[in-house]
Design a protein around this ligand. Structure first.
Ligand code: AMP
Ligand code: ZN
Length: 465
């Protein structure tokens, strides 16, 4: 079996292969560390993890790089660097903001069981790499110094501009704000800054051969991907919004350096919506991993929800669906723990029936990450008449692919003696038909994290989610 994924540039599915060696080189655009990653960002970061897990199950080797953008990413109005703006609002340095949110980004990845990349280069520590890259582009005639001392990429020097997104230069209208606009300083409206001259800034600036300034956002991904992946990216991953201009510009900056296509395949994940709307501060629907933790929800319930949707479709999430996923996850963990799995080590060692189900699941992953189909196969198997020890084997066997920590021991919380006493008092109150007291006791138990269900067989309780 091979992993086949949709390539945005060729608009077709392609088998993921390595161009230069047996190691598949993967680059994933990383976070801009001026705030916590929201769960939409995490959906995109999970995409890389799913690709890597599928490749590893197929026996392939990978080398994964994800950059940390800690300079150069401008606010939407292009007025200010996002890190500097956040530093001001938090009354601390841009560097402190960056290191703090970078640490939190890694914690969020761990909560979602996203395997770490092999390298996380920081933009602010890769400035020399960018100098060298920019100088080569100037030497090759692809870049020039504008009248404002900013170094610009000459869009017209790259004839296939627009191949990924369809936004060719003929279609781009002058005045469209997709990058810094310094009227008159650049030669053509669609040219963009590689090195932004900024003599008056005093934080996050460097002395360059072209004067004091800071790098453009797009150049960091070109410089870092080619450096850390040794001159070729087999698979490049990012959210759909990065298709243009970020990836288009990256392609234009990288291809002339390698004298060919620097990236074999471009993979884009669609956006996550929350309760029907794009996640944004102004809509008030930004959801973070910490919000799930505050509600007592397992962050892997989020992973579960993402798996139930294809990466290439927009997806709408709600607290209801996360809660339902949390409950299913708990049931599956109980099942996985209920009996000793018959084999943990290899698919070959599994019972034939289980092996066939595992193969079906792997083949769904290979089919352009059809994770909804993989989840459906798993759900059916869990509901089927398969013996419990075989179900347990199955859940153990697919763990490396799904990463849902299905084999994690269940933390069984015992009720306190106060709770047990209140439950007993409520049972007695109901038997005596004292419904006022029984309601008051239900309220008190609710405050202690207990949900009560009354039925013909009496009261049943569970921990609240
Ligand atoms: P940023 O930190 O803003 O640079 O974004 C990091 C990654 O998250 C990029 O690959 C974006 O394309 C992606 N992204 C941003 N918003 C969403 C969203 N709502 N759903 C999925 N991915 C997103
Ligand atoms: Zn990037």
């Amino acid at each position: 079996m091979e992993l086949s994924l949709y390539d945005t540039q060729s608009r077709s599915e392609k088998i993921v292969t390595s161009k230069n060696s047996e190691v598949i080189t993967i680059y994933c655009c990383g976070p801009t560390v001026y705030r916590d990653a929201h769960i939409g960002n995490l959906r995109t970061f999970l995409l890389t993890d799913l690709v890597v897990r599928a490749l590893h199950v197929l026996g392939k080797k990978t080398l994964v790089v994800q950059n940390i953008t800690d300079v150069g990413h401008m606010t939407d109005d292009f007025e200010e660097d996002k890190l500097l703006a956040q530093g001001k609002s938090e009354s601390r340095s841009a560097r402190d903001v960056a290191r703090d949110y970078e640490g939190r980004f890694h914690r969020d990845l761990a909560h979602l069981n996203i395997s770490p990349a092999d390298h996380y280069p920081r933009a602010s520590e890769s400035i020399d790499l960018m100098f060298a890259h920019i100088q080569k582009l100037i030497d090759l005639g692809h870049a020039y110094v504008g009248t404002d001392n900013t170094v610009y990429f000459s869009a017209k020097s790259f004839p296939t501009y627009g191949a990924i997104s369809g936004n060719t230069l003929e279609k781009l209208k002058p005045g469209h704000r997709y990058d810094y606009v310094d009227d008159g300083a650049k030669q053509f409206h669609a040219d963009w800054a590689l090195w932004k001259s900024s003599p008056n800034r005093n934080e996050m600036v460097w002395n360059s051969p072209w004067g004091t300034g800071f790098p453009g956002w797009h150049i960091e991904c070109s410089a870092m991907s080619l450096k850390f992946l040794e001159g070729h990216v087999d698979l490049h991953i990012g959210g759909i919004d990065l298709r243009f201009p970020h990836h288009e510009n990256e392609r234009a900056q990288s291809n002339p350096i390698v004298n060919g296509e620097a990236v074999s395949q471009w993979l884009h994940g669609e956006h996550l919506l929350f309760e029907g709307r794009k996640m944004s501060k102004s809509a008030g629907n930004v959801v973070l991993v910490s919000h799930l933790l505050d509600k007592g929800l397992d962050p892997l319930a989020l992973r579960f929800c993402f798996l139930e949707n294809r990466y290439r479709s927009q997806m709408d999430l709600s607290w209801e669906s996360i809660t339902a996923a949390h409950q299913t996850l708990a049931k599956w963990r109980l099942l996985a723990a209920s009996t000793q799995p018959t084999a943990r080590d290899s698919i070959q060692a599994l019972n034939q029936e289980v092996r066939e189900i595992v193969n079906e699941i792997v083949s769904a992953f290979c089919d352009d990450l059809d994770t909804p189909r993989a989840m459906q196969i798993l759900r059916s198997a869990v509901k089927s008449s398969l013996a419990d020890n075989l179900k347990s084997s199955l859940l153990n066997a697919i763990e490396p692919l799904f990463g849902l920590a299905l084999t994690r021991a269940i933390d069984v919380k015992e009720p306190s003696s106060e709770i047990l006493q209140l439950l007993e008092e409520r049972r007695a109150a109901r038997a005596a038909k004292d419904f006022n007291l029984s309601d008051a006791l239900r309220k008190r138990l609710d405050e202690l994290g207990i949900t009560i269900h009354d039925g013909p067989e009496g009261q049943r309780w569970e921990w609240k989610i």
